[in-house]
Design a protein. Sequence first.
Lengths: 636, 384
Amino acid sequence: MPGMNNGLDPDDPTVVAAFRAALLHQGIIALLIFAVLSVAWVSVRAQPDGSRAGGPDRPGHPLARVRAGLWAYGEPAGRQVLRIGFGLLWLLDAALLAQPGMAAGLPSQVIGPSAVSSPAWVQHVAGWAGSTWSYQPVEVSSAAVWIQAGIGLWLLAAPRGTSSRLAGLAGLTWGLIVWAFGQSFGGIFAPGLSWLSGAPGAAVLYAVAGGLLALPDRSWRTPRLGRALLGGLGAFLIGMAVLQAWPGRGFWQGISAGQPGTLAGLVQSLGGTPQPQALSALLSGFGSLVRAHGFAVNLVVVIVLAVTGLAFLAARRRVTGPALVAFLVLCLLAWVLTEDLGFLGGLGTDPGSMIPMALLAAGGYLALTRGPVTLAPAEEAPAEEVPADAVPAPAAAGLRDRWRERLRPAALHRSLTAATFGAMASLGAIGVILLGAVPMAAAQAAPAASVILAQAMDGGANPMDAPAPGFTLTDQHGRQVSLAGLHGQVVLLTFLDPVCVTDCPLIAQEFRAAGQLLGADSRRVELVAVNINPLYSQLAYIRAFDHAEGVDAVPNWHFLTSDPARLRQVYRAYGVASQTLPAGAMLGHSDIAFVVDQRGHLVQELNVDPGPGTPVTKSSFAAELADAARQILRSA
Amino acid sequence: MTRARRAVAGLALAMLAAGCGSSAARPAGTPPAGPVPLSLATALTSAGTAWATVPMGAPSGPNQFWQLFMLTGPGGRWSLRTPPGVATNGALVLAAQRGPTLVAGIRPSLDLGFSPVTETLDGGGTWSSLPPEPGFADVPDALAAAAGGQLIALGADQAVQAAVSQQAAWTTLITGKALAATAAGRRCALAGLTAVAHTPAGSPLLAGTCVRAGTAGVFTRRGGTWQLAGPALPAALSGRPVQVIRLSRVGGRDVALLQAGTGASAVLLAAWTGDGRNWALSPAFELSGSRAVSASFGADGAVAVVLSGGRGVTADGPGAAWRLLPPLPAGQAVVLALPADGPADLLAAAGSTMAVWQLAGRPARWVRIQTIKVPIQYGSSSGS
């Protein structure tokens, strides 16, 4: 999946610094969102109003409303567990995504490997996602942080009503996106599927929870939802038990043909993750146990999965309690021993599938066994708070009229006055989600990769201020081209070897792509390359190179050559060194580009060593060249 | 069972099926027999100067660099003569002319999409570039030079390119497909071209693989039409498929190396012609399960073949019998060279070291006579 390879170390300091800066700036905006909402809310409520006077214990006092909004609602216990549990998980995942290595490392270290053993179509999906991330690593990674943080906050802040259900819907949507594009569908289409290794993927469990939270309130009023949830979970666990017991998949053997069995191999692979010594020792001990008693360990797993699954499927209160306890214990053990907590190593994006699965089981159990809390009338929280004077217009009025009425300043003021703390916090959370979603959409629509990749590999541009040494050379069409003749145009100038096997073809492609990125501006830009190899100076080589790299049809492309003596004069004038190396090596030379302004002055020197030459890096260098030209054009 | 339970049970079964079905069987079958994969490592001798090209460095990839060595006169020493200023990762194809004059083509590799061509007139001391070729084929005889300076090349796309003089641009002489459509091509049922050379008169001589059994696919152009000009094989081999695996002009004659048959029953034959029509054939050499790895030519038409399993055979000239050499020294790449007026040299490359061996003593055994340390520029073609 070449699109994922940005050629950078996950801890590349340039990208990490840019990522931190983006998070900081967006964090300040997030705080401002909450600050503005808080000020607006408190200001409105501070206005004299007899009904709101008095201490916080009085009904109508803002703090009383905070309490009412957060704690005093009779939310069914099962729903509450899912909402708060997954809200906290989304927040934890956002914090994990904010780790320094995520921006540069996630595509190649997480998304790519997750799809390696999956079918081609899954790899294609993962490749698309990885490429998107790789092209705009800072923008997309910081956007993902805020989207997940926003969903988590929203779930925590909205315990009831439409807002809470919409938060669930947001969790469902983003969970499915992460599951499909970031986790390759949790590996369910790959060989070796096992509950112990995290099937069916953590994100789909987040999506299931989101879906449950998005259901209407009435769904939670009967045990039917709990029964369905536990039944689904039970069927899944039985299926996983069968897979775990399936002969030939290597789970029964601790050691097979001198090699660790499937489970032992899984545990052994976790040892490579940086982690605390105690956890490493625990994994090592468990690995030894599995190698020595692979059959017994797998038997225990199969039995617990099957029995728990059957108990959940039966959905009888008498058996589901003990089964839930057994399942929670198994989840806890698997979380530590076969998932290694999931989030260690600097590139863990979530705590694995065991915690969300345990939350789902607990939520299902509570939904089955405990009905919604019925509050005494005195302490019952108000229903959906809509001021009497903000009641929708008569049925005769159209939808548009109703919204117009709601958006009038007076109506907004009344809504703000009546809003609970939870509603305001939800509004802030939606703002945080938008803080991520908008840049992510913009990154998706960007025509080229971020310049940060090129800068991370080769450093930024060096400013210059000197007249560009003149030259007159022959272009690929046999015409004489002089630098003086190009005055009035911005010139992107580089030095290329027509028989080079690595960097030069890539640089030519980057120049061509830069011209495309410039669009209409490319009419005011000339793309010029000077042949750096005097041993292959004939026009036939220039033309062969142009044809091979597809630049022969680019109207503002000039690949210039001449006799070796004249070429060497140009090299000297620009301080470009080349070296003939022995034993079949290509000519050694620096990969450099100059930006010449319309007056014929050198204004920038760029290192254009193309690195690994992946589609991502080529796009980034093209963007850097196009930006450099645009900068000159704008300053003119 | 309620509808909901049926749904979840169905989901579980579907996931189970997905998990169990993921170890699908691969289609069985073996690939059909293809062309003989002869290495481009080779040696040739022309008017007292021997040239050899061998891959060195890594066994493959961007750190494998093909090197050119030269030996002048009897008793001389091999020396490195690789053309400068161009990466040789894609292999060298050689066309010797008079003595120290050699044309070398560089096959495309990595991001280089065409073939540079370069020439030395002084035994590799200085090189000057010739017009680039679109991309040489992956065969040792993809380039040939005639005495008048004409060049002929076989491209990777099976197009035969010609340049009337060494400074002229390449033009397409014929394509493999067009040749297969001629009367001669149909008679041979030409499957593909494998080598190019010139007749003594300077006409193009093309070689290929015929599907029709017992037919040696050598073609020349007479009177504007392409004609089959290969040797007639002995009746015992008439039922076997024949591949011309080498064809080169050395010492005033053209020499072809043929493989008749496939698998354990395959045999090697050398064929010599001085006029492009009448051929002298060597006896058949039973390969007995081994295969030809590389082949070289001496100045007088001698042929040397390195076989798999560390064996080597030579045939001294037109009609000569095959002579089995003592077991060859091991090396990452091994090529036999036949210098003028001297015994066979064996060049064995390993990493950046080239060892030269020669037969000596009775019974003859291989003795290392020279070691060359080649300054391989590891990483220079790997990008950054």
